[in-house]
Design a protein around this ligand. Sequence first.
Ligand SMILES: N[C@H](CCC[C@H](N)C(=O)O)C(=O)O
Length: 293
Amino acid sequence: MNGLGNDFLVWDARDEPLRLDADVIAKLGDRETGIGFDQMITVERSPSGGDAFMRIHNCDGTQVDACGNATRCVGRLLIEESGKDFATIETNAGLLHAFGSKTPRTITVDMGKPRLEWDQIPLAEEFADTRAIELQIGPIDEPILHTPAAVSMGNPHGIFWVDDIEAYDLSKVGPLLEHHPVFPESANISLAHVFAPNEIRVKVWERGVGLTEACGTAACAVAVAAARDSKAGRSSTIHLPGGPLQIEWRESDDHVLMTGPTEVEFEGEIDLETLQWSKTGPGDEVSVAGATE
Ligand SMILES: N[C@H](CCC[C@H](N)C(=O)O)C(=O)O
């Protein structure tokens, strides 16, 4: 499945628990020799009353606690399976609620509250104001990127405000920033440009993955960082390379709502001994226009 091109292997392990070690996940995630994905999502029985538990591994095999685009995809599967118009998904970052919409395959997820304190991101130092922390790369007198905002949506994000997201080689500076010592658990890195009222262009270097077409938690983090710093209102459209996500940082309860599309690319099966895999079923039918609805 994918959400705006951020793609996932979604494994239903509710009947038969699945335990894969990091190097098997990395092998499956390899786009040359494996199936290829940004994250592996394992859907498990929820021990505490959710419709399911969602386990997330980046394609480097690291387990992480939040993945917005995948939450929409799992939400869609659970909603279609149950016939209800909502689903509750338990994650290590908390219980999330997914809601269907009148547009097929478009799902809204309540991603919960952003974490904004230095030790919640987490950051290695006690920054009083996480809207702009001391961090820069490049020549001291002419830094390439500097003073990012820091937000957690259950995973760490560093957000650099720029005037042109294409003016930087994110594949080069991304890894430096992802593993910068100021982020003790590394971080997902976004370049963000507010190009119109409540319209923000974003490009993401994802922790444990690299450049992706989209990142739902980054979209949430950028929208919150912009609102906190009066660069946008509490509702904004985040334009990622793979397409737009609508984000609302709700005033009443501080929750962040993310709305966007989902797509099933194909169904398949994998022999876990040989890691051979094959397609066994189609994905979403593609509309005449060639784009999925
Ligand atoms: N693509 C995911 C984010 C994965 C974050 C992961 N790269 C991490 O290490 O936190 C999303 O849609 O939110």
